[in-house]
Design a protein around this ligand. Structure first.
Ligand SMILES: NC(=O)C1=CN([C@@H]2O[C@H](COP(=O)(O)OP(=O)(O)OC[C@H]3O[C@@H](n4cnc5c(N)ncnc54)[C@H](OP(=O)(O)O)[C@@H]3O)[C@@H](O)[C@H]2O)C=CC1
Ligand SMILES: O=C(OP(=O)(O)O)[C@H](O)COP(=O)(O)O
Length: 337
């Protein structure tokens, strides 16, 4: 069994903790929190050992009547791998603690690529993380792009990818975030971080990415144009995508016209928190004009990186190859809408 600790129990951390608890070959050592808020309460109710992320704050938990299993250093010490899901920038400050205990750590996409030995996407470069000490699971949008571009590059060759990312302004629980009633070029410069981040997975792939933020919370949406090195038909590309376990082709007959109905569909399908771990491609949008591929896809920012974190745990501990890990993760979570 691989013993996994989660430092940072927020949007991503809580989902990764639940996913770890569902894996046949992993056990959850516990989760670390800085304060005894509703998420600490939820961790306790789930039966997850709770550790204080900041030692000085241990009395706050006591005052709130929440039992702690110890401090974060104890969690790190007892873990084979730590998944750090702290806010962007905080994780970088934790790196020396993981080094002190010689515990391999996974970081999230908000951290810089140069913090780590390897940036990771299970479909793109699983084996590159073997035995690494510091691995970054790339951001939700970069994960979505990597999953899409991997089969295109392998099957048809990619001359140039051009993606416009319409980014949700904040997550549903981020009441402090906007934008409210506005549309923001974000960042204003080209490329957005996603293109260079895709190149941490596929170094030679030519890609330009532009981003903008809109007043929405449910999902991101990508407008995709990829110039291929060959000229498959749209149907051939659709069939190729259909073979990919983490690409969901939304059939036209479902009449899903946007993120609202996609999330509703996920809830109806019994998905925890309405999570959608797969890229969601509008099947009828997949079009070819000469050797230019066009499509739209939606990315559930809160959950698409969850299976990738699970696979990264197996990759760094060298417990399974890519095919085995992806298959175990998919089966245990119920991936495949
Ligand atoms: N949300 C998203 O859409 C996605 C986020 N990411 C990336 O994942 C990472 C985490 O993001 P996200 O989960 O959204 O962030 P959240 O803010 O939702 O969760 C992070 C949690 O970390 C806790 N925290 C803060 N400081 C510390 C600390 N010093 N030690 C331990 N825990 C701490 C906070 O909880 P508390 O203080 O209460 O303990 C907070 O809830 C970022 O790098 C982000 O870029 C990647 C893909 C998608
Ligand atoms: O990883 C994400 O997006 P990203 O791929 O655009 O960086 C998450 O949705 C976090 O985005 P945020 O930086 O707007 O909070």
């Amino acid at each position: 069994m691989i013993t996994v600790g989660i430092n940072g129990y927020g949007t991503i951390g809580k989902r990764v903790a639940d996913a770890v608890a569902q894996q046949p070959d992993m056990e959850l050592a516990g989760v670390a929190k800085t304060r005894p808020n509703f998420e600490a309460e939820a961790a306790v109710r789930n039966g997850y050992p709770l550790f204080a992320a900041i030692e000085d704050r241990m009395p706050l938990f006591e005052e709130a009547g929440i039992d702690l299993a110890g401090s974060v250093t104890e969690l790190v010490e007892k873990s084979d791998v730590v998944v750090d899901a702290c806010p962007s920038g905080v994780a970088a400050q934790n790196k020396s603690m993981y080094e002190e205990y010689d515990t391999p750590a996974l970081y999230q996409g908000g951290e810089d690529a140069d913090l780590v030995d390897v940036s990771f996407n299970a479909r793109g470069n699983y084996s590159a993380a073997a035995g690494a000490s510091h691995v970054r699971v790339v951001s939700c949008n970069t994960t979505g792009l990597s999953r899409l571009l991997a089969p295109l590059q392998e099957q048809y060759g990619v001359e140039k990818a051009r993606i416009t990312l319409v980014r949700r302004g904040g997550d549903p629980g981020q009441t402090s975030r906007g934008p409210i009633n506005d549309i923001l070029p974000n960042p204003v410069t080209l490329p957005s971080h996603h293109g260079p981040d895709v190149n941490t997975i596929f170094p030679d792939l030519a890609i330009d990415t532009l981003g903008m933020k809109v007043p929405a919370t449910l999902m991101h949406t990508h407008s995709v144009n990829v110039t291929l090195e060959s000229t498959p038909t749209a149907e051939e590309v659709r069939d190729r995508f259909a073979e990919e376990s983490r690409l969901f082709l939304i059939p036209e007959r479902l009449a899903i016209d946007g993120a609202g109905k996609l999330k509703e569909f996920a809830h109806d399908a019994g998905r925890p928190r309405g999570d959608i771990w797969e890229n969601c491609l509008w099947e009828e949008s997949i079009s070819m004009e000469g050797n230019d591929l066009y499509l739209f896809q939606a990315i559930h920012q809160e959950s698409d990186v969850v299976p990738e974190n699970i696979d990264a745990i197996r990759a760094v501990t060298e417990q399974a190859d890519a095919r085995e890990s992806i298959s175990t993760t998919n089966e245990s979570l119920g991936i495949g809408l």
